[in-house]
Design a protein around this ligand. Sequence first.
Ligand code: NI
Length: 190
Amino acid sequence: MNMENYKLQGEKLPIVTYPDPVLSAKATPVTEFGPDLNKLIKNMLFTMYHAPGIGLAAPQVGISQRIFVLDVDYEREVITNSEGRDEVRMSGFNPMVFINPIITGTSGTTTYEEGCLSVPGVYEEVKRFQTIHVKYQNLKGEHLELEADDLLSICLQHENDHLDGIVFIERLSNLKKNFYKKKMKKEKGT
Ligand code: NI
């Protein structure tokens, strides 16, 4: 599998926003590791890079399955080209794919100002585990495991929450949670 193509080719999938019910549902495990899954992952990575974001879970594109993609390493800059037009340049890609992930160990705590493509315009500090151990499957269905800390650990916990129907605002104090819930519902006219 050539991951390099994933940033360049694909289809931009529509991102659902809170309070869409798919974001509150518990996603189901993946059982079929075939061309359909490959295509979905490719489009999810393309959608993530072009959103732009550092992580995207399948429920965020309306698919309630235990899949997410992330890249906490790539750089993105907007430069003005020789014709005077703004151009987005991305480099240093490190796409990662997690299928049926399970967090099997945690230690320490940390906080980070998080945002979410499904909760546009909201950035808040969230308390997370410092280090996690995660077991997951790759695109071929092979079983792998990983120890993560720093931004990778935070991003993994944020995306894993999406698979359990938890959007990051649910992790805030009741006061903030209710404020953002009302705000998002009002903005969507629901
Ligand atoms: Ni999110």
